[in-house]
Every structure is written in C-alpha cells, then in structure tokens.
Write a protein that binds this ligand. Sequence first.
Ligand code: DQA
Length: 144
Amino acid sequence: MKKILVINGPNLNLLGEREPGVYGNNTYEDLCDSLMNKAEELQVKCEVFQSNHEGAIIDKLHSARVSYDGVVLNAGAFTHYSYALRDAISAIKIPVVEVHISNVFARDEFRKNSVIAPVCKGSISGFGFASYLMAMDALVKYYE
Ligand code: DQA
C-alpha cells in the first residue's frame, strides 16, 4: 500500500458546524489533520478530497484508478441513492472502503440502505472520525 485517497462527499465540509449532536464539534480541517497523522503512522501517502458535487466525486474516482492503491469514501447522502457513484466504484479495480461518521443504522430509515455497500470492499459506520482511521488500517492490511 503506497497511496490512499480519502474522498468526502456533500456537506462534510461543514463538519463542526453541521448537526454537532450527530457529527461532533470537530471541523473538516481537524478531520484532515487526523487523516494526515494516521498516514504518517502507517507510512502511506494520503490525499484528501471533498466535493459537494456527484460528478466531481465520480471524476476523482476515475482518476484514482491509476494513481492510488485504495480509497476511503464517505459519500454522505449520495450513499443512499447514487447509482452513478455505485457504477463508478464498480468500474475501478482498486479497493474502496465505505465510511460514515455516524451510525447510519441507528438513524432515519432511508440511511439504513447503502447503494454503494455491495460494490465496496467493506463498510465502517458509527465511530466518528475513527471510522476513517479504521478504514485506512483495513486498506493497509488488505495489501499485506
Ligand atoms: C454520513 C451519513 C449520511 O447519511 C449523511 O447523509 C452524511 C454523513 C456520515 O458520515 O455519518 O452526510 O455519511
């Protein structure tokens, strides 16, 4: 494992402000800092990307297929309905790990369904920012 791409989807740029009771008080910048610290600990290169636009996330996945060894993806609400995102994950060969800050199974009914889960390597939900760190560990283990 050499290079991990972390993709954050819609509204995750507002972490810290957005529903702190659900997503906590730490900001998107705090998340980026902890991802970079984890990358250093694991001795991997890491890029963090965030977009509120479905097409931009799909473009990023397409370009990742030749330049990254794995992806950690928090697709936000796209998780629950974006077949285009699901097809993009299916189209690339590198492993994608689905992550969520909140426990999506303990919330609204619509959040219990992930249309991307069947095409991801695995899913981690409910551990706050630690969900991402666990996914980075999992990707590194996958290549061992
Ligand atoms: C989320 C859960 C989604 O249901 C929601 O739409 C988000 C964030 C999470 O990280 O818990 O935007 O992916």
